[in-house]
Design a binder for this molecule. Structure first.
Ligand code: ARG
Ligand code: ZN
Length: 875
C-alpha cells in the first residue's frame, strides 16, 4: 500500500502528556500508558486513531471507564475509538515480547539487555499511540526491572528518582522537560558501565555527559566522549545553539539497524560508532565516530527541537544534520587542505551511491512524494543529496547569510513539526532572496547534467561560458524543469595561477565566481581576460550534478598540476583516469592489447612525490575511480572487463612507480603513539595505499614488507591495511587470517572487519562466502555481522558478485529471503544490490531478473523487501 505526501491530513487528536510504565521482562513486558489528548481543531475527524503493531491489548480505559469491545475497533495495525469526546484520558495496557523481536525496531533485547529504536515507526510496537512526528507531547517514564540483570535504567531527559522494589527489582523514574514526537522516545535497561564527566557550557551552565558501554569496553570510550564535547562546543560557536538538557547520554549497543539514533537526551548508537582504541579501530572508524557523535548531537536542534511534520520531510532534519556534521568534521581538521579532503570524500560517496540511486528504480526526490515503507527512504538521496541541497544555500547566501537563515528558522519554528518548505522560506526571508525555483531540488529526482562550452575572444578579451542543463526522467517523473544551480568557476592562466575575475565588466573580488544557472541555457561573460584560460568549473563541487565539458588531456593535466581548488584538482585526475579506464575496458572486451600512456603515469608520479601536498590529498588523487563508478559511465556494464581494466591500470602504475611508491611507504611512517588526527591518518593512508600497490603483482618482492607491518603494527589501521594488502596479493594468506582472527576473536567489531575484508576480495567467490558463513562467528541475526560479509560481497566485490553462471545472484536471493524473516530493514538494504540490473549485459540481466523474481515470489515477504524488488522489476 502506497502512502502519498499529498494525502497528508492533520492528526484528529493532539497529545498533551504521556506517562509510561514498563515492567520489563524479556518474554513478557507489560506497558502501561496513560495519555491525555484533546481534539485537534485543525482536523475534521472525531475518530481517535492510535497505531499499534505486534502488541497485545490487555486493558483499555477512557476517562476512567473500561471500554467495551463495541466502543473501539481493533484493526491489525490500528486501534480506533470512533466519535471520542473532546478531552480524553486513555489508560492502555499492552504486552510485548522483546526477546522475540528480531526486527530491532521497537523494544528489543541485545546481549541480554533492553534497548529501543523508535524512528521511524517503532513506538507503535511498544504501545498504542498516534505514532506520527507531528504529535508532540511531554513524557514521564517509570522503568521497573530486575536489579541484578538490569542494574542501569535509562530514559529521556532527567532522572527524577530511583529505588528498590520487592523481589529483587528496582525502578527509575525519568522526565523529559521538552515536548517530543514518539519517534524520539527511548529506554535502556541493561548491565552497563559509563565514562562520565561534567562539562561547562559557554554560558557557564554545567551538564553531565555519559557514554554507556558493556563492561570491558571502558577502554574504548575516550574518543566518543571527546567528540561529544567538541560537538557541543562547535554548535555553540558556529550556530549559537546550546545543549538544552542537564544531562546527555550516549549508549552503545551491538545489535542496531543503522548508525545511531538521536533520542532526546539518550542517543543510542551502534557500537561501531562509539567504541575505539588504537588496537581495534582504524582511522576511518575514528572519523566515523566523530561524524556520527556530532550528527546525533546536532539533531538535538535540527530534528528534535524542530522536527518533521511527516516522514516525507525526512530530509528537513537529515539533510541539514548531515551538512552540519560535515561542516563539524571539516572544522575539526581546521586547515583548508583538510577541509578539501573531507569534501572529496563526500563527492566520492555521492558518485558511488547517490548518483546510482538517482538513476535507478528507487530514484526519489530529496522530499519523496510517496512510499510503501518509510524505512526504505533513509537513503543517500535523503541524507547525502539532502546535505548537498543545504550546502547550496550556504554557497548562494554565504556563511553569514546561511547563519541568518538558521536563526530565523529556529525563531519561527522552535518546538514545531514543519516542512522542507519552511526551511527554504527561512533562508529566503532572512536574506531577502527569492528561492522559489530552488524548490525543484526537493521535488525533482534525478541527477542534473550541466554541459559547459566556452569561447575566448582574444581581441575583445572576453571569455564566454555557456552552461546548459538537463535532467533525465526518473520512474514516475518526466519533463523536469530547470534547477537553480550554483556553479563555482575559476580561470587558470598558462602560469597555473588563478586569474582575477570580472563578469560583464564588474570585478568579482575573488578568484572563484559563483554563477547562478537558472535557465535551461545561459551564457556568462568574463571580461578583461588577457589570455586563453583553462576553466575550473564546479569548484568545491558546488552542486550535486554531472558536469560535461570537453576537456583536453592538456587542460586536465594543467588543472591536475595547478588548480588552487583542491576538489577540482582531484577531479582533473579522476577525469584523466576515467577516460583511460573506459578505453581499457573496451579493449578488454574486444580482446585487444592493453596499454597505458606515459603522460598519465608521469602525472600520477608527479602527485605522488609532491611534498607540498598533504599526504591525504595525494592518497585521494591516486585512488582510481571504483568499479561501481566506472560502471555508471557505461551504457552496458561488463563488470569483468571493468575489473580487468582497472587491475591492469593499477598493475601498470605499481610497476612504473615502484621506486617512488617504496620511498613514500618509508617516508610516511608514523612512529610513536597512535593519534587519529588528520595529518597522521593522511600519512597512514598514503603509506598503506603504496603498500597495496606494491603487493599487486603476484610474487611481489614486497610481500615481506606487508608481512612485517602486519606482525609489528601497533594500531588497527596499519594491521588491517597490511592484512588487506596480503589478501589482495593473491598469495596464500591463511596463516595471517587465522592469527588475526585469534588475536581479535573477542572484539566483535574487528571480527566484522575480518569478514568484510574477505567478502570484498576479488579472489573470494560465492563458494568461499558460503564457507565463511559456516564459521562459528557468523550469524545473520546481528546486522553488523550480516553486513560485514554479505553486503561487502554483494556491493563491493562486483567481479565475483556478477559471476557468469549467476550463482551469486542465487546466493543473494536466498539471503534476502532468509534475512527478511528476521529483520526486514536489513533485508531490504541487501535487496538494493540489484538496483542497476537493467544496465548489465543481457546474459547477466536475465539471471538477475530471475533472482529478483524469485524474491518477489517468496512468501511471506515484508513490505520493505517487496517495495524494493517490485520497483526494480517495474523500472
Ligand atoms: N535518525 C537516525 C539518524 O540518521 C536514523 C535512524 C533511522 N532508523 C531507521 N530504522 N529507519 O541519525
Ligand atoms: Zn540523522
Amino acid at each position: 500500500q502506497t502512502i502519498f505526501r499529498k494525502d497528508y491530513t492533520p492528526p484528529s487528536y493532539l497529545v498533551h502528556t504521556v506517562e509510561l510504565g514498563f515492567d520489563l521482562d524479556p518474554a513478557r513486558t507489560i506497558v502501561a500508558n496513560r495519555v491525555t489528548l484533546s481534539r485537534n481543531p485543525a482536523s475534521k475527524s472525531k475518530d481517535l486513531v492510535l497505531h499499534g503493531e505486534e502488541i497485545d491489548l490487555v486493558a483499555l480505559r477512557m476517562n476512567g471507564k473500561t471500554l467495551a469491545p463495541g466502543q473501539y475497533v481493533l484493526g491489525s495495525h490500528t486501534l480506533t475509538i470512533p466519535k471520542a469526546p473532546a478531552e480524553v484520558t486513555l489508560e492502555i495496557e499492552t504486552l510485548c515480547a522483546p526477546e522475540l523481536n528480531t526486527t530491532l525496531s521497537g523494544l528489543y533485547v541485545s546481549n541480554g539487555s533492553f534497548y529501543t529504536q523508535c524512528e521511524a515507526e517503532g513506538f507503535r510496537r511498544i504501545t498504542y499511540f498516534p505514532d506520527r512526528p507531528d504529535v508532540m507531547a511531554k513524557y514521564t517514564v517509570m522503568l521497573r526491572a530486575d536489579k541484578q540483570r538490569y542494574p542501569v535504567l535509562l530514559s529521556n531527559g532527567n532522572l527524577l528518582e530511583q529505588g528498590d522494589l520487592d523481589g529483587g527489582r528496582h525502578y527509575a523514574k525519568w522526565e523529559d522537560p521538552f515536548k517530543k514526537p514518539s519517534y524520539l522516545f527511548a529506554l535502556v535497561a541493561a548491565r552497563l558501565v559509563c565514562q562520565e564527566e561534567t562539562y561547562t557550557l559557554k554560558s557557564g551552565r554545567e551538564v553531565l555527559l555519559q557514554v554507556w558501554v558493556e563492561e570491558g569496553n571502558l577502554d574504548k570510550t575516550d574518543y566518543a566522549m571527546q567528540s561529544l564535547k567538541n560537538s557541543i562546543r562547535w554548535d555553540e560557536e558556529r550556530f549559537g545553539l546550546e545543549l538544552d538538557l542537564d544531562r546527555f547520554m550516549i549508549v552503545a549497543v551491538g545489535d542496531f539497524n543503522m548508525g545511531a539514533m538521536e533520542n532526546k537526551g539518550l542517543n543510542i548508537f551502534n557500537t561501531k560508532f562509539v567504541l575505539a582504541n588504537p588496537r581495534v579501530a582504524t582511522d576511518i572508524d575514528y572519523a566515523g565516530i566523530e561524524a556520527v557523535v556530532g550528527h546525533e548531537y546536532f539533531h538535538n536542534w535540527t530534528g528534535n527541537r524542530v522536527t518533521c511534520r511527516d516522514w516525507f520531510q525526512l530530509s528537513l532534519k537529515e539533510g541539514l544534520t548531515v551538512f552540519r556534521d560535515q561542516e563539524f568534521s571539516a572544522d575539526m581538521i581546521g586547515t583548508a587542505s583538510g577541509r578539501a579532503v573531507t569534501r572529496i570524500d563526500q563527492v566520492r560517496t555521492l558518485r558511488q551511491a547517490q548518483f546510482p540511486e538517482d538513476a535507478g528504480p528507487m530514484a526519489h526526490p530529496v522530499r519523496p512524494d510517496s512510499f510503501v515503507e518509510i524505512n526504505n527512504f533513509y537513503t543517500v538521496t535523503v541524507y547525502e543529496k539532502g546535505a548537498e541541497v543545504v550546502r547550496m544555500y550556504q554557497t548562494l547566501l554565504g556563511r553569514e547569510g546561511f547563519r541568518k537563515g538558521m536563526d530565523l528558522y529556529f525563531q519561527r519554528h522552535d518546538e514545531q513539526a514543519v516542512q522542507c518548505d519552511d526551511f527554504r522560506a527561512a533562508m529566503a526571508d532572512a536574506n531577502g532572496r527569492d528561492l522559489a525555483q530552488f524548490e525543484r531540488w526537493y521535488s525533482q529526482a534525478g541527477t542534473p547534467v550541466v554541459t559547459a562550452s566556452t569561447r575566448y575572444d582574444a581581441a575583445a578579451q572576453t571569455y564566454d561560458i555557456t552552461l546548459s542543463q538537463r535532467c533525465p526522467d526518473t520512474p514516475g517523473q518526466t519533463g523536469k524543469l530547470p534547477f537553480h544551480i550554483p556553479v563555482a568557476v575559476g580561470l587558470l592562466g598558462a602560469d597555473g595561477k588563478d586569474m582575477a575575475l570580472a563578469l560583464d565588466g564588474e570585478v568579482v573580488g575573488a578568484t572563484t565566481a559563483v554563477l547562478e544557472l537558472k535557465e535551461a541555457e545561459q551564457t556568462f561573460r568574463f571580461t578583461s581576460v588577457r589570455e586563453q584560460p583553462v576553466p575550473s568549473i564546479l569548484r568545491d563541487f558546488s552542486a550535486p550534478v554531472v558536469l560535461e565539458y570537453p576537456y583536453t588531456d592538456a587542460e586536465l593535466l594543467h588543472l591536475f598540476r595547478y588548480d588552487s581548488d583542491a576538489v577540482n584538482r582531484w577531479e582533473a585526475g579522476q577525469r584523466l583516469a576515467m577516460a583511460r579506464l573506459l578505453k581499457l575496458t573496451a579493449a578488454v572486451a574486444q580482446g585487444a592489447t592493453l596499454a597505458l600512456d606515459d603522460t598519465f603515469i608521469a602525472a600520477q608520479r608527479a602527485v605522488l612525490v609532491d611534498e607540498t601536498l598533504d599526504a591525504a590529498f595525494r592518497e585521494l588523487a591516486l585512488v582510481l575511480p571504483s568499479e561501481t563508478i566506472i560502471a555508471e559511465q557505461m551504457e552496458v556494464v561488463d563488470p569483468h572487463a571493468i575489473h580487468a581494466a582497472r587491475q591492469f591500470m593499477r598493475r601498470t602504475i605499481a610497476r612504473e612507480l615502484a621506486p617512488e611508491l617504496l620511498a613514500q611507504y618509508q617516508a610516511n611512517q608514523t612512529p610513536g603513539p597512535y593519534s587519529p588526527d588528520a595529518q597522521s591518518a593522511g600519512k597512514r593512508g598514503l603509506k598503506n595505499l603504496a603498500l597495496a600497490y606494491l603487493l599487486i603483482d603476484p610474487g611481489s618482492a614486497e610481500l615481506k614488507l606487508a608481512q612485517r607491518q602486519f606482525e609489528q603494527a601497533t594500531n588497527m589501521t596499519d594491521r588491517a591495511a597490511a592484512l588487506s594488502a596480503l589478501i589482495h596479493s593473491g598469495e596464500d594468506v591463511r596463516a595471517s587470517l587465522q592469527s588475526f582472527y585469534d588475536d581479535f576473536a573477542g572484539e566483535a567489531l574487528v571480527v566484522d572487519k575480518w569478514f568484510a575484508m574477505q567478502g570484498a576480495a576479488p579472489n573470494t567467490d560465492v563458494a568461499a562466502v558460503r564457507k565463511l558463513m559456516q564459521h562459528p562467528a557468523f550469524t545473520l541475526k546481528n546486522p553488523n555481522r550480516a553486513r560485514s560479509l554479505l553486503f561487502s560481497f554483494c556491493n563491493a566485490n562486483p567481479s565475483q558478485f556478477h559471476a557468469k553462471d549467476g550463482s551469486a545472484y542465487d546466493f543473494w536471493a536466498e539471503h534476502v529471503i532468509a534475512l527478511d524473516a528476521l529483520n526486514p530493514q536489513v533485508a531490504a538494504r541487501l535487496a538494493r544490490s540489484m538496483d542497476r540490473w537493467r544496465r548489465y549485459a543481457p546474459a547477466l540481466q536475465d539471471q538477475m531478473r530471475a533472482a529478483l523474481e524469485r524474491v518477489a515470489r517468496a512468501a511471506p515477504l515484508s513490505n520493505d523487501v517487496m517495495e524494493v524488488v517490485s520497483k526494480a522489476l517495474a523500472n
